[in-house]
Design a protein around this ligand. Structure first.
Ligand SMILES: NC(=O)c1ccc[n+]([C@@H]2O[C@H](COP(=O)([O-])OP(=O)(O)OC[C@H]3O[C@@H](n4cnc5c(N)ncnc54)[C@H](OP(=O)(O)O)[C@@H]3O)[C@@H](O)[C@H]2O)c1
Ligand SMILES: N[C@@H](CCC(=O)O)C(=O)O
Length: 447
């Protein structure tokens, strides 16, 4: 008798105790992939899903560094090299106090399917540390990054594993990490993406995740003869993804009314325009300040401490902060307020209950592994430019990004269209992402 989905998930849980987010990510994908395997003989009896939930390699290491007072601090570093069936390991590094193996395994598992959707040859990985860059001086961040890379450098390479940014890792951190890698290896190579232009970065990489999310949402809306133009949009987060999702939404004629951070959200009922967004960029990227300062600059706006923005009325919601930030209560409010579409700029930002409510209400649901794949896709383009020793124009990279997001949307439609004609984007993304990785794994034998 063949294993049931429930048996499979129980086994994953037993092997990975106390890892709820990892289990959440695996369950969400397996619910679609399991029936697909049942329908397709060639994927049966190959333990493909069983192999995919087991990382190829996990590296855990000590990072000792000295703070500005001379005290020695100790953090834990990780790299989860999840799957290399279709290309070298690829995925970001997260520096945040909540980082642990559970979080990084969920992110690495998602990354495998996401990278497969990009149409590029990218395996999946994720890494990071429980180091908190907030409140640290530049010199402390630099010393941490150097010590982190001293170990990580042994396990990565331009053809092996190419890390990039994620929460808490932006171009400052990538610069320090790159500098240390180059010094250790005596090798100037495209071993990281998200680099600054001056030393091999790609134009449009900072913008790519947020822009890509809006391109994806626009494709979903166009499928219903609608557009984001003129729509009221709520965005959570005010970091890299949120800033550029807001920028593209504004450019497309939407009215963006919220941004947030982990302390609360701002509501600007007049809409955040490009000038106000430039202020936010300087506040967050330059001054490393808090979003509540927005209301000092723009007093007509309102700050809501310790709250998420989903209570504001919107037609499009773009969660761009972190995992499980949008719960069932928020989902019910979005439905009640007439929300038409969700575009997940963040990875797994909706709880399982919230997903069920949003899908039940037939809201267009742009799942993260599809909707936010533009960032890693342009990382792939950065790798290509580094390998060729060329720099493409912003226009060319943006056109490539648009093309990739369109292809990802098409893949979701191909594998996610239901008998009644509706599109289940979760199903489409999971199956399309799985198929390519599974085909490569089958071809490469039991490794
Ligand atoms: N960067 C990329 O290319 C990329 C690509 C695909 C997906 N993603 C995903 O997008 C999300 C945001 O990444 P990012 O690169 O924009 O990171 P970031 O620049 O560090 O910004 C993160 C934002 O999320 C907020 N946030 C973090 N934890 C939170 C929490 N527990 N509750 C509420 N807000 C919280 C942060 O606020 P505080 O400042 O208060 O912490 C900040 O505003 C993550 O899920 C990431 O995995 C990123
Ligand atoms: N951390 C990002 C970007 C990864 C990359 O560019 O390698 C993600 O979740 O997709």
């Amino acid at each position: 008798m063949r294993q049931t989905l429930q048996d499979f998930l129980k086994e994953v849980e037993n092997k990975n105790p106390n890892q709820p987010e990892f289990l959440q990510a695996v369950s969400e994908a397996a619910e679609n992939i399991f029936p697909f395997i049942e329908e397709n003989k060639k994927y049966q009896n190959q333990a493909i899903l069983e192999r995919m939930v087991e990382a190829e390699r996990i590296i855990i290491f000590r990072v000792a560094w000295t703070d500005d007072s001379g005290a020695i601090r100790v953090n834990r570093g990780y790299r989860v090299q999840m799957n290399s069936a279709i290309g070298p390991y690829k995925g970001g590094l997260r520096f945040h106090p909540t980082v642990n193996l559970n979080i990084l395994k969920f992110l690495a598992f998602e990354q495998v399917l996401k990278n497969s959707l990009t149409t590029l040859a990218l395996g999946g990985a994720k890494g990071g540390s429980d180091f908190n860059p907030k409140g640290k001086s530049d010199a402390e961040v630099m010393r941490f990054c150097q010590n982190f890379m001293t170990e990580l450098a042994k396990h990565i390479g331009a053809q092996t594993d190419i890390p990039a940014g994620d929460i808490g890792v932006g171009n400052r951190e990538i610069g320090y990490l790159f500098g240390q890698y180059k010094k250790l290896q005596n090798n100037f190579t495209g071993v990281l993406t998200g680099k600054e232009i001056a030393y091999g970065g790609s134009l449009i990489r900072p913008e790519a995740t947020g822009y890509g999310t809006v391109y994806f949402v626009e494709h979903m809306l166009q499928g219903q003869n609608k557009s984001i133009k003129g729509k009221q949009v709520c965005i959570s987060g005010s970091g890299n993804v949120a800033q550029y999702a807001a920028e593209k939404a504004i450019e497309y004629g939407a009215k963006v009314i919220t941004l947030s951070d982990s302390s609360g959200y701002i509501h600007d009922k007049e809409g955040i325009d490009q000038e106000k967004l430039d202020y936010v960029k300087e506040l967050k990227n330059g001054k490393r300040g808090r979003i509540k300062s927005y209301v000092e600059e723009y007093p007509h706006a309102v700050y809501h401490a310790n709250k998420a923005p989903w209570e504001e009325k919107c037609e499009v919601a773009l969660p761009c902060a972190t995992e499980n930030e949008l719960n069932a209560t928020a989902a019910k409010t979005l439905v009640k307020n007439g929300c038409l579409a969700i575009g997940e700029g963040a990875n797994m930002p909706c709880t399982k209950d919230a997903v069920d409510i949003l899908q039940e209400a037939k809201i267009l649901y742009g799942i993260g592994k599809a909707a936010n794949a533009g960032g890693v896709a342009v990382s792939g383009l950065e790798m290509s430019q580094n390998a060729m020793g060329v720099r493409w124009s912003a226009e060319k990279v943006n056109e490539e990004l648009k093309k990739i997001m369109k292809e990802i949307h098409q893949a979701c439609v191909e594998y996610g269209t239901l008998e009644n004609g509706e599109i289940d984007y979760i199903k489409g993304a999971n199956i399309a992402g799985f198929k390519k990785v599974a085909d490569a794994m089958l071809a490469q034998g039991a490794v």
